[in-house]
Design a protein around this ligand. Structure first.
Ligand code: SF4
Length: 688
């Protein structure tokens, strides 16, 4: 018994499933997870959701990758690390010699640590010599960041998660936090139910928070920017704006004000379908509220006009003076555990760590001096441009870390045809994903419980994960693998621990100047910006906005109608999509926990009662959904959460992913796919 107890270990970690950033102790005996014990997490206290508590089956799943796998014809053979590194060195060197460094590209992962994201971009830039590096924020959050950077300078939550409880009004737009950010959402439910906090929800689907809301509006798809801008106009026209705040803190008012002219209530009603009278009530509520937090997610960003909508909601917050105080501001609810940090730490084609621009000579010179190499001068390709470049023939090699590109990127069949054309594809992951099947070389990575590092949650909170067990088989932490590759390519890197990487980041990045592992011990955490003396920023904007004169800026928006029109022709239905509480995205990790797989084995599509009656379709039947880009078979749930010709499909399927249906249209500014603008037809399949 004593021996057994000696093997029992308690380790503090952070959940890997969403950006709420719940932290807790994990009790293990060897590789066996005994229990998850929350208690001290700054974001979650004693709470977790089903995923954080139970979805750890991926750690010991049967298909964990335990050795490098090299393609031989149609199969993979296990090889040693030495052999794998030989192959990488040979392929990277020859492709670079023949086609130049920009023929190689790198995709980092929002599931891996900050330090690993930093090293991925350093490998691309300093060792290979290309700025072709990106991460999956391109699929989700970049429009939110763009809209906020334009208006208030930083793309991040304006305050802490706890501050949301103190808002007078919470306005949720295109987000489903009850399923996607459950622990954060509990705070809103509590404040709304017991403390009189007002709750307004705008969504095309009546999800749980819409049911609970004081006011629920259902705009036509892809029209949020129009009513948000009309609200700003109405508030200004009726002297309900916070002019004192605008005069003191916001530039570009005259131009912005003039641009509002077309956004009358009549126009907004015509485009969005929301009655003008409802918009007046909404405008008055927003203007009168003592602190407004706008929470938003993929329902805002994954559209051709995603950045415009994010801009419009930030303009509205500026008009009403809802920045620079707790319980107010913009909360782009980040999806992955580290989607915030992956971009923060520089895995983007245009910036180094801390959003320092690669085309700024002074900044580039700083990195060149520290890294001791000449760096590429022009912006690299983003994920979307990488796929196009493969098909054009200019991109020959892709190194994907911790991402199932095939099921995550939009228009899966198209992306698959591109990946098949690569001369050399490395996929590094913990399990054998769908994308691994396209690889030339598969590298086995360690899971979060098997390594040290940090994640950054949606509230810009940097937190430590600690190693609870050894990496399985020959798998290695991503940072070690990247370092091995860098050194084979002449990098001469000498990081002994992720803390060495963090020290380098702090030295080179004003946003993280005071971050070090001592200040992150145990449950200690830091919210960026972190000043050199270690003071952090629970509230993002206090004395100024990060623009040269310290003022925010109104930004004129251009409304973009949806890219895929429904209602005429073959593709007569609009398909929306999103996660299910029990699963993370397509379920590539969560499905590996048997209990979770049992209660939610498959994805499903919600069909409105009126459409179901018209087509004589009942819950439980299977339909085929067809778009111009592909088709999937999926089971029907008849539900009044959706209305009329709206369909909603859950994401949790790797066999029949919704992304076989989604298009290659993207947000104009950031190239984030318009996942939420899909037109489909639906055919009832015969009963088995
Ligand atoms: Fe917390 Fe999100 Fe993990 Fe659930 S999935 S435990 S809400 S971090």
């Amino acid at each position: 018994a004593e021996m057994r107890n000696e093997r029992v270990k308690r380790t503090k970690t952070v959940c890997t499933y969403c950006a709420v950033g719940c932290s807790f102790d994990v009790w293990t005996r060897d590789r066996h997870i005994l229990k998850i014990e929350p208690g001290h997490g700054p974001a979650n206290g004693i709470s977790t959701c089903i995923k954080g508590k139970f979805a750890w089956g991926h750690i010991n799943a049967d298909d964990r990758l335990t050795t490098p796998l090299l393609r031989q014809g149609d199969t993979f053979v296990p090889v040693s690390w030495e052999k794998a590194l030989d192959v990488i060195q040979e392929k990277f060197t020859s492709i670079k010699a023949k086609h130049g460094p920009d023929a190689l590209a790198f995709i980092s992962s929002s599931k891996t640590t900050n330090e690993e994201s930093y090293l991925m971009q350093k490998l691309a830039r300093a060792v290979i010599g290309t700025n072709n590096v990106d991460n999956c924020a391109r699929y989700c959050q970049n429009p939110a960041t763009a809209g906020l950077q334009r208006t208030v300078g930083y793309g991040g939550d304006s305050g802490s998660i706890a501050d949301i409880e103190t808002a007078g009004l919470v306005f949720i737009i295109g987000a489903n936090p009850a399923e996607n950010h459950p622990v954060l959402c509990t705070r809103i439910k509590r404040s709304h139910k017991f403390r009189g906090q007002r709750l307004i929800v705008a969504d095309i689907r009546k999800h749980e928070m819409a049911e609970r809301a004081d006011m629920f509006i259902r705009p036509n798809p892809s029209t949020d920017a129009v009513y948000l801008t009309a609200l700003a106009k109405y508030i200004l026209d009726h002297n309900l704006a916070n002019m004192a705040f605008i005069e003191k803190w916001v530039n570009n008012f005259e131009t912005f004000h003039a641009s509002l002219k077309p956004y009358t209530l009549e126009y907004a009603e015509q485009v969005t379908g929301i009655p003008a009278a409802t918009l007046i009530t909404l405008a008055n509520e927003i203007a009168a509220a003592d602190g407004v937090c706008i929470l938003f997610a993929m329902g805002v960003t994954q559209h051709c006009g995603g950045s415009e909508t994010a801009t419009a909601l930030s303009n509205l917050l500026l008009v009403t003076g809802n920045y620079m105080r707790p319980g107010a501001g913009a909360y782009p609810l980040r999806g992955h555990n580290n989607v915030q940090g992956c971009s923060d730490f520089g895995s983007m084609p245009n910036v180094y760590s801390g959003y320092q621009k690669v085309d700024d000579e002074t900044i580039r010179a700083k990195f060149e001096a520290d890294w001791g190499v000449a760096l590429p001068t022009t912006t690299g390709k983003d994920n979307h441009q990488m796929i196009d470049a493969i098909l054009e023939g200019s991109l020959k090699s892709l190194y994907i870390k911790g991402e199932d590109t095939i099921t995550s990127d939009s228009n899966a069949n198209f992306v698959g045809s591109a990946l098949s054309q690569l001369e050399f594809l490395i996929v590094q992951d913990i399990n054998f994903s769908e994308t691994c099947a396209y690889a030339d070389l598969v590298l086995p990575a360690a899971a979060s419980l098997e390594k040290d590092g940090t994640f950054t949650s949606t509230e810009r909170r940097i937190q430590r994960i600690n190693k609870a067990m050894e990496p399985l088989g020959e798998s290695k932490p991503d940072w070690e693998i990247i370092q091995l590759i860098a050194n084979r390519m002449g990098g001469n890197w000498k990081y002994k621990h992720p803390s060495d990487v963090m020290d380098e980041v702090a030295r080179l990045t004003p946003l993280f100047a005071g971050v070090n592992y001592e200040r992150l011990e145990g449950y200690k955490s830091l919210q960026w910006p972190v000043h050199a003396d270690g003071t952090d920023s629970p509230l993002l904007f206090t004395e100024k906005f990060p623009f040269p004169d310290g003022k925010a800026k109104f930004s004129v928006i251009e409304y973009m109608p949806p890219s895929e029109e429904t209602g005429n022709g073959v593709y007569d239905l609009h398909l929306n999509n999103g996660r299910l509480l029990e699963h993370f995205e397509q379920g590539s990790m969560t499905s590996r926990t048997p209990g979770i797989r049992e209660i939610t084995p498959n994805s499903f599509v919600e069909v409105s009662p009126e459409l179901a009656a018209e087509r004589n379709i009942q819950s439980g039947r299977f339909v085929q959904l067809t778009s111009p880009f592909g088709r999937v078979k999926v089971q029907v749930v008849v539900s009044d959460r959706v209305q009329g010709k709206q369909l909603y499909m859950t994401l949790n399927s790797v066999e029949e992913p919704v992304n076989k249906l989604t298009s290659s249209h993207t947000d104009r500014s950031t190239h984030t796919p318009a996942f939420k603008e899909t037109a489909v037809s639906m055919t009832l399949l015969p009963e088995k």
